[in-house]
Design a protein around this ligand. Structure first.
Ligand SMILES: C[S@@+](CC[C@H](N)C(=O)[O-])C[C@H]1O[C@@H](n2cnc3c(N)ncnc32)[C@H](O)[C@@H]1O
Length: 265
């Protein structure tokens, strides 16, 4: 956190963001790649079927990007989606209705979740707790609401990838700065935070392996909207996906998000 900067983590801040954000920050091809990264990971880590699953923010669904929620809906009928912004909740709800995704919506703050203790079996947190400083409180809440043996799949902005934070800062300058993205974590830091919140530590990895310059090239090619550049884009995204599927810890240095599994004792 840099000195002198104002941080806000409340409903009012995120409702304001809801009023001003024009569209999703990724073009559809990259949004789809991102969804697939989460889905592949959830399949690989095997969260199980018919569990009560909580997803800690609804940002993707707000922009009609319901792929991950749709996938979860296919493995369980008991899916809950929480977001601190009531405006985001209403928009996500409309999109879920249109796309026949059945999901219970909770307008609530993850640092004081309106859910009973030991009421969910899996929590998927897709880079939510890196948008406010009180990550320790949010993790304690996750530990409280999970049943014993339950799992938290915690994705956070990566500081293991040395290019990610500078890339975000550059994008904020030259493209747009829609909301605060102020916290970046290494697997080591996330592991410490999870332990402090009472979790046992499971697996860890990183997802979304598009180099920053390549993201801009993919966006540029996408704008040309031509079969050849589309094909090149497909190949470039395919190569990123292949790299992400390799079983190597080097992936930690290329992913946008680190993901660490916390297990409720
Ligand atoms: C900007 S988005 C980023 C997350 C998104 N899943 C992604 O990968 O880009 C952050 C989301 O978290 C929500 N959020 C922020 N603070 C929250 C909190 N304390 N509890 C629940 N949701 C929160 C915001 O309303 C917003 O929808």
């Amino acid at each position: 956190m840099s000195a002198g900067r104002k941080y806000d983590s409340g409903n009012a801040y995120w409702n304001e963001v809801a009023d001003k954000v024009g569209g999703y920050y990724l073009i559809p091809k990259l949004a789809e790649y991102k969804n697939q990264e989460y889905i592949d990971l959830i399949e690989k880590w095997g969260v199980g079927t018919n569990k009560t699953i909580l997803i800690t923010d609804l940002y993707e669904a707000v922009f009609g990007n319901t792929g991950i929620y749709d996938y979860l809906n296919g493995i369980s009928t008991d899916i809950l989606g929480m977001d601190i912004s009531a405006k985001f909740c209403f928009r996500a709800m409309d999109n879920f209705k249109q796309q026949n995704v059945e999901i219970g919506i909770i307008s609530g703050d993850a640092t004081m979740a309106p859910l009973a203790s030991e009421s969910v079996e899996v929590i998927i947190s897709p880079s939510t707790f890196d948008h406010f400083p009180q990550i320790d409180l949010a993790l304690k809440e996750c530990c409280r609401i999970l049943r014993p043996g339950g799992k938290l799949v915690l994705a956070l902005n990566s500081s293991n990838n040395p290019f990610f934070k500078p890339g975000v800062r550059l994008a904020e300058r030259v493209k747009k700065h829609e909301y605060q993205t102020d916290h970046f974590y290494s697997v080591k830091q996330a592991t410490t935070l999870l332990k402090q919140a009472g979790f046992a530590i499971g697996r860890s990895t990183a997802i979304m392996h598009v180099p920053i310059g390549l993201t801009t090239l993919i966006e540029f090619f996408d704008g040309i909207n031509n079969p050849i550049t589309d094909r090149i884009n497909g190949m470039m995204i395919g190569a990123c996906r292949k790299w992400g599927r390799l079983n190597t810890r080097l992936k930690l240095f290329t992913g946008w998000w680190i993901v660490v599994e916390g297990v409720k004792r």
